[in-house]
Design a protein around this ligand. Sequence first.
Ligand code: T3D
Length: 258
Amino acid sequence: MDYQTLTYDVTDGVAVVTLNRPDVMNALNAQMRAELLHGLRQAAGAARAVVLTGAGRAFCAGQDLGDTGNLNTINLERLLRDEYTPILNAIAECPVPVISAVNGVAAGAGANLALAADVVIATDSASFLQAFSKIGLIPDAGGTYTMPRKLGLAKAMGLALFADKLSARAASDMGLIWEVADDASFETTWRARAAYLANGPTQAFIRTKQALRESLGNDMQEQLMLEARLQGECGRTRDFKEGVLAFLDKRPASFEGR
Ligand code: T3D
């Protein structure tokens, strides 16, 4: 696909998808949603780690409010079901870890797109804004699923109702995201994290993602059975043997992802 609204690059096992409509803070129009879905699906089969980030001073300002069409006839249920949900599913179902590298403000569906990733790394000056109530909507793009699970109901409810802008530091302190990096070292930080994943035991990372995501719907016995099955699979990988031998040899492991 010839992307117009994002850039797509795969280098050294890391796919980087960069939302690229900086004039509107990378707001999502129909074309960007289609291209993002395509890019994420491509990346899932082409890399050992995937990064989603934004060009310019924003990560993503959510729905392009200039691209909503006729407000009297707009069908938001269809929009979410047919255009946003497949993107969120593509992140959840991407076998390898997905990092959101949040380079600036993430608002509305842009905030929840960022939070849908497996690992969220934000630059110090970034912020998260559940902007929906400001325009008479509820949090969407998975926000009502993600936020209570990461934060608990009290903080999720407050963010959704009051739409306060949350600094990256506050988001990290609350457990909403994995880490914050200084603006000067932000790109170095997320690239190092992505490289670590791309050079690691990919089969174990795939199953770690699966086990942790599935745990949200499992009881303890189901989860213990899932762990046993997935660990059994890891035990048959070349990377497991290499990891143990490297430990015994007192040398760094060289993982192939198999
Ligand atoms: O509506 C539906 O179809 C339903 C779908 C809903 C899902 C959603 O995502 S609802 C939430 C939509 N997003 C928002 O409500 C956020 C709107 N934007 C803002 O609140 C602010 O722009 C920001 C907090 C993100 C950033 O503020 P600031 O002061 O740093 O920048 P700015 O000056 O407001 O914006 C810069 C430009 O980006 C500006 O254009 P201009 O004046 O330079 O030509 C602004 O209009 C544009 N922009 C920002 N957000 C959007 C946008 N253009 C279109 N859509 C946007 N969402």
